[in-house]
Design a protein around this ligand. Structure first.
Ligand SMILES: *Cc1c(COP(=O)(O)O)cnc(C)c1O
Length: 713
């Protein structure tokens, strides 16, 4: 491994713009487009080539380009204004948190997650869970929360998606060069680097702790690719969700147990421990062990730990919850449970779950039993989770199972297009961002002239289509250098976005159930429609890969070609372009398997309404005026019947409501009816489904009570 400390070689930076380096090491730039633009304009080609990473950029940029920038008055003005904003942000004392919880300033919330989606240049996330964690950390910084995040750094991250000529997904694992990332070794107060150890069968595994600065918040990441680990252990954090069950147990031990040890070594003593999904649940064992070592009996120790731990469950699909075979757990933990002062059976009962294939040690069970505050991620998901885990509370009726819900939201600044920001600045008043979670802030949207909103929406659609064309061309050229470039997509055509993980329950191909009807729907000359698809299937999920291939094949068929495109490599950059540029977001999961979903929130914030099955967050948001509901709010015994009914509903609503409304124009060509829905989407979704509102809820319902050690009523 290249050590961060020795050989970072940078192009010398002229003094006048020397703080570009400091800025590169604070991911504040990842939600401030004007900061990223500083780098981009110095050398736009290089910026694309190194995929928008400021630290890589500064290593590779030519000195001459930096010199030119340092002598360009326009650049210097932008530079000064970005630096002033950055300094103001970093030194702000009148933060949201300080205003609301002055008495809690000495608390510390530790947030553990297996993945963090901060930016496209840092492939340490796979999908929704990671994006949510990334948004969570950014907003914690914006609000000035006492907050530290803990995760892994994956040198090979999640895979990069390539489609071959038949549309079959291939996975590539490009190596993230650590020294070129904005992570630096974490150091103790005495300046020592931090390495933690966790005992595994017959050996100790070590992890070096790195830190990444996210605005005002620190993200700690562990890396096992260090000496003296065995080659196998060095691979442990190579890939997100790679490897077999033993590797996964070891990974989760490093995350949960190692994460606690890393915090302690750094002198950070959280009063709230938040497990974002079960991957980090071993942390409760380590917290208990710490107390037992101090002489507190196991039972009392667990009571103490539970008061301060919070668990968020994300998956309503049973197979998505980690559960390990008992023999593997015995192998890894037989040396650990004596340190807790308990025996094997007591230990296994902490997480016992009987599965169809035998008894297991289940991470969700461990997390639920060892926390007093637990939540799902939408109201509907809370209800589903209470049903799923009712068996852990045998004498409690389902509705009283102690699992609450906090509905997910999105970090507005990360997903908002600058064109929309300009509109908000102009019509909502300069203070809108400070009060963005307050619905009253958004009332003034009704004052925005339709002409201005339509202009912004058209600009965003055109930009997305340019982006999509470039992506598709690059893809075709890679598979065949002589490929002719087809003419695809149209700047003024109604554009639908669909991007998801291609798990089968997300039903990406639902809308092709009646293929002729679909072809007709897209190709009416007076009201054409186009759809941009993107999404990855898990590398081991062949049914998911078949879905992708199906859509890829449709995109080349008569009646669909040019109107349906599939973009490779769904990541934060693709997501951002899509949620900003489409006219409508489409979501067709099989209810009730969507825990929350957030893409429709990002699109709505940008004025692109959501049309979705009433699953996840949508039943809470949909009011009949701010988007469309597909299918019925009911349960089915038969999946074929459910799919059929939902598809019929999709066709009906699109043919009779959505598409006609988009093409109904006044004499100036403006779709006033459509723009009313767009405004309603912004006004209802922007405050209520913001990460700000979400964290305000976490604070009032979970974090602050846990910090104070309040017992649950
Ligand atoms: C928002 C986002 C997700 C999660 O969105 P869902 O609506 O939960 O599917 C996943 N990947 C990327 C790149 C995103 O931007």
């Amino acid at each position: 491994m290249i050590s961060q400390d020795i050989d970072i070689i940078y192009t010398p930076i002229p003094e006048r713009i020397a703080r570009l380096r400091e800025l590169a090491y604070n991911l504040w730039w990842s939600w401030h487009p004007e900061a990223r633009y500083l780098y981009e304009q110095i050398d736009p080609d290089l910026w694309e080539m190194i995929y928008h990473s400021p630290t890589r950029f500064l290593r590779e940029v030519r000195q001459q380009s930096l010199k030119a920038a340092a002598e360009n008055a326009d650049f210097l003005q932008q530079y000064d204004s970005v630096m002033t904003a950055f300094d103001a942000y970093m030194s702000e004392t009148d933060t949201w948190f300080a205003r609301h919880y002055p008495e809690a300033k000495d608390e510390m919330i530790a947030y553990f997650s297996a993945e963090f989606g901060m930016h496209e240049s840092l492939p340490i996330y796979s999908g929704g869970l990671g994006i949510l964690s990334g948004d969570h950390v950014k907003e914690a910084s914006d609000m000035g929360m006492p907050f530290v995040a803990v995760g892994f750094i994956y040198p090979q991250g999640y895979f990069r998606q390539r489609l071959d000529q038949s549309g079959w997904q291939l996975a590539e694992y490009p190596k993230l060069i650590f020294a070129e990332s904005p992570a630096i070794p974490a150091r103790t107060a005495e300046g020592e680097e931090v390495v933690i150890g966790v005992d595994l069968p017959g050996r100790t595994i070590y992890a070096k702790v790195y830190r990444m600065q996210i605005g005002r918040v620190t993200l700690l990441m562990m890396d096992t690719d260090i000496h003296p680990n065995t080659p196998q252990d060095r691979e442990l954090s190579a890939r997100l969700y790679g490897g077999d069950q033993e590797m996964r147990i070891a990974q989760e031990m490093v995350l949960g147990i190692g994460g606690v040890r890393a915090l302690r070594k750094l002198g950070i003593n959280p009063t709230v421990w938040h497990m974002n999904e079960g991957h980090s649940a071993f942390l409760v064992l380590e917290l208990t062990r710490e107390l037992v070592v101090q002489g507190i009996p196991f039972q009392r120790a667990t009571e103490q730990v539970k008061q301060h731990t919070i668990f968020t469950t994300h998956t309503p699909v049973p197979a998505g919850n980690d559960a390990f075979p008992i023999d593997k757990i015995e192998k890894f933990f037989s040396g650990y449970w004596p340190q807790l002062g308990i025996d094997r059976d007591q230990f296994l009962s902490l997480a016992h779950q009987q599965q169809s294939w035998g008894p297991t040690f289940a991470m969700t069970v461990l997390a639920i039993q060892m926390s007093t505050r637990r939540n799902g991620v939408s109201k509907l998901h809370g209800h589903v989770a209470r049903g799923m885990w009712n068996w852990l509370f045998p004498h409690t009726p389902r509705d009283e199972v102690p699992i609450t819900s906090v509905t997910n939201g999105v970090h507005s600044a990360s997903w908002l297009a600058s064109e929309m920001r300009e509109l908000f600045d102009k019509y909502l008043g300069s203070d809108w961002e400070r009060n963005l979670e307050d619905p009253a802030t958004w009332q003034a949207m009704t004052q925005v002239p339709n002409k201005d909103l339509w202009e912004a929406r058209n600009k965003l659609r055109r930009r997305l289509i340019r982006f999509a064309r470039e992506r598709v061309q690059a893809h075709l050229k890679r598979n065949d250098p002589n490929a002719s470039i087809p003419s695809i997509l149209n700047d003024t055509t109604f554009t639908i976005g669909f991007a998801r993980r291609f798990a089968t329950y997300k039903r990406a191909t639902l809308i092709f159930k009646d293929i002729d009807r679909m072809r007709n729907l897209l190709s009416r000359p007076d009201r054409p429609v186009q759809i941009i698809f993107a999404g990855k299937a898990h590398p081991a999920d062949n049914p998911g890969k078949h879905f992708i291939q199906d859509i890829y094949r449709y995109s080349q068929e008569y009646g669909f070609n040019g109107r349906i495109v599939f973009l490779e490599e769904y990541d934060i950059a693709v997501g951002r372009a899509m949620v900003q540029g489409v006219d409508l977001w489409l979501n067709t999961p099989r209810r009730p398997y969507e825990a929350s979903g957030t893409s429709g929130q990002k699109a709505s914030l940008n004025g692109a309404p959501n049309a979705s099955i009433l699953d996840g967050w949508w039943p809470e948001a949909y009011n009949g005026k701010n988007g469309w509901a597909i299918g019925e709010e009911r349960e089915y015994m038969n999946q074929d019947e459910q799919d059929w009914n939902d598809a019929q509903s999709f066709y009906h609503i699109f043919e009779n409501q959505i598409i006609p409304l988009f093409y109904e124009r006044d004499e100036d060509g403006i779709p006033n009816g459509w723009l009313e829905v767009s405004k309603q989407a912004i006004m209802t979704v922007a405050p209520q489904f913001s990460m700000r509102r979400m964290l305000a809820d976490y604070l009032s319902e979970l974090y602050i009570p846990a910090a104070m050690g309040e017992s649950v009523a």
